[in-house]
Structure formats: structure tokens, C-alpha cells
Design a protein around this ligand. Structure first.
Ligand SMILES: C[S@@+](CC[C@H](N)C(=O)[O-])C[C@H]1O[C@@H](n2cnc3c(N)ncnc32)[C@H](O)[C@@H]1O
Length: 272
């Protein structure tokens, strides 16, 4: 199989940028090569130009699904950047409970949820918080562009080692141990999360109601400033007055462009 030429790399990265917002610098040429090499081999495709033609021409969706899985970085884990979850528990949930008491409707969007660890962590905090008040609708939305990670999230099977980051009581209450290696999230928790494929680059976001909270952590890190600013504006328009946006700790918003108010690192709020 031939190496990836500069021209081929440029074609592929332009496609990635325009379709998924992911911005790959010059230094990512060998990464693209190494991540896609096996796909070309499996398909008996000899050059990246031919692969590109195949990708663009494929109408079945299979080529693009595999491509997304190879190109996206899906690293995640339970309780990641844990101070956000404590702030969510101590400040955000009490705010929602008070302000939306009449509707009793919690609306949270976990955007770029990967294989589900973040959305399940959030749902466990929510279940804990509303333990003595079952009158609330606590279903949340979690989306990603990769169907492979979404399938994993829906399946809800995790290693016992990975769930060890959660409190012990949650491990026994919200999981069923399958064997020495793995546990599965209980149906009761699973049914409170709707997993959907959603591309954050879609021009229009159609949601019936605004969210009180949006988590979009460690996703925009791969986007350029313009793409990020446009996405943040869409998030803002979809945030209830007084609602919150959480981004990854290694990310930041352009404070002059955004209407969100900065609260603390990686935490923003739409003013009431
Ligand atoms: C590094 S993971 C972050 C997972 C989780 N939010 C966390 O912080 O642990 C980034 C996720 O963003 C998703 N992603 C990247 N570009 C996207 C896009 N344009 N639309 C939707 N999801 C996207 C990837 O598929 C990946 O699962």
C-alpha cells in the first residue's frame, strides 16, 4: 500500500473539517495514515486517493461510519474532571429543583458523550439527588457522531476496574455484576438516558425545549476557533436563562465572543 501524499492528506482533512468540524494540523498526517491504513488493507484499496473516492461515493453509510470511528478520539472515563460533577450536584441540581419546580422536568444534554461513562455518571448523580422525589422527569439526552461508541453506551457494559471510580454504593445500586471482569448498568438507569447520533456540525439544531445544562467536554478541543464560536452560540441559544455550560478543563471559550458568563474554569452560565 502506498504512503499518504500531502495532496491526499489535504483532501481527507478538508473533508473531516467540513463534515465533522475536526481540525487536523500538518503534523497529523502520520496519524491519519496509521488510523486508516487497516481500512484500506481490509478493502483492498491501494492508495489514499482511491480510498477518498470510495468514501465520497459510498451511499450505504458504512464507509463514513468506519471513517468516523477511526478518526475520532473517544477517550473517556467515569467521574472524569470530577469537580464538575460536585458543582453539578451542589449548585446546578438545587438550582433546577427550585427554578423548575412547577414543570418538574430536568433537561440535560451531554454532547459528545462517547461510550457513555460521562452520561451515566451524570445520571447517577441525578438519581442520587432526586432519590426522595420521584415526581421529576429526569431523562437526559446524550449524543455523539460515532455509532460505535453510542452502541457501547446503550449496551452499558463496563469493566469492574473502570467503575471502581464510582462510589461503592453506586456500583452495587446502579450496576449488575456480570463476572470477575465486567458489570452492566441497570435497566432502570439505562432507560433514563436517550442515546442519539448527532453531528454538532449540523446547521440547524432542532430541539423542542431549551436545556438547563449542557455538557460538551473534550469535544471542541478538536475544532478551530470559528467552528467553536459558532457551536457555542448555538448552545447558548439552547440554554435556559440561568442554565449552565460545561466544557473540558483543557478548553476555553472566547470570552469576548460569547454571551455566556464565566463562572470558573470550564464552567459557564447564561444569565437569568
Ligand atoms: C474525547 S471524547 C469526550 C467524551 C466525553 N465528553 C468526556 O469528556 O469524557 C470526544 C467525543 O466527541 C465526539 N465528536 C467529535 N466530533 C463530533 C461532532 N462533530 N459531532 C458530535 N460528536 C463529535 C467523538 O466521537 C468523541 O466520542
Amino acid at each position: 500500500m502506498k504512503d499518504i501524499t500531502e495532496k491526499e492528506f489535504n483532501m481527507i482533512r478538508t473533508y473531516i473539517k467540513s463534515t465533522f468540524g475536526i481540525n487536523l494540523g500538518d503534523e497529523k498526517r502520520s496519524l491519519v495514515y496509521s488510523r486508516l491504513r487497516t481500512v484500506l488493507q481490509d478493502k483492498n484499496i491501494d492508495s489514499f486517493s482511491d480510498y477518498y473516492d470510495y468514501l465520497i461515493a459510498d451511499k450505504s453509510g458504512e464507509a463514513v461510519t468506519t471513517f468516523i470511528d477511526k478518526i475520532t478520539t473517544n477517550h473517556t472515563f467515569f467521574m472524569r474532571e470530577v469537580d464538575h460533577f460536585y458543582y453539578f450536584r451542589d449548585t446546578v441540581l438545587p438550582f433546577i429543583k427550585t427554578e423548575f419546580e412547577r414543570e418538574k422536568d430536568l433537561r440535560l444534554w451531554c454532547a459528545g458523550c462517547s461510550s457513555g461513562e460521562e452520561s451515566y455518571t451524570l445520571q447517577m448523580f441525578i438519581q442520587d439527588f432526586f432519590k426522595n422525589d420521584k415526581s421529576w422527569n429526569t431523562e437526559i439526552l446524550a449524543t455523539d457522531i460515532s455509532t460505535t461508541v453510542l452502541d457501547k453506551a446503550v449496551y452499558g457494559v463496563y469493566t469492574n476496574e473502570s467503575i471502581a471510580a464510582l462510589p461503592r454504593t453506586w456500583q452495587s445500586e446502579y450496576f449488575i455484576r456480570q463476572d470477575a471482569e465486567t458489570s452492566v448498568v441497570t435497566d432502570a438507569v439505562k432507560k433514563l438516558i436517550t442515546y442519539r447520533k448527532f453531528n454538532l456540525m449540523d446547521e440547524k439544531f432542532h430541539f423542542r425545549k431549551k436545556f438547563q445544562v449542557i455538557f460538551c467536554r473534550n469535544v471542541m478541543i478538536y475544532f478551530d476557533a470559528k467552528t467553536r464560536d459558532e457551536l457555542v452560540q448555538k448552545f447558548y441559544d439552547l440554554t435556559e436563562p440561568g442554565g449552565y455550560l460545561f466544557i473540558g478543563h483543557s478548553e476555553s471559550l472566547n470570552h469576548t465572543n460569547t454571551k455566556y458568563k464565566y463562572l470558573m474554569p470550564a464552567t459557564y452560565r447564561r444569565e437569568k
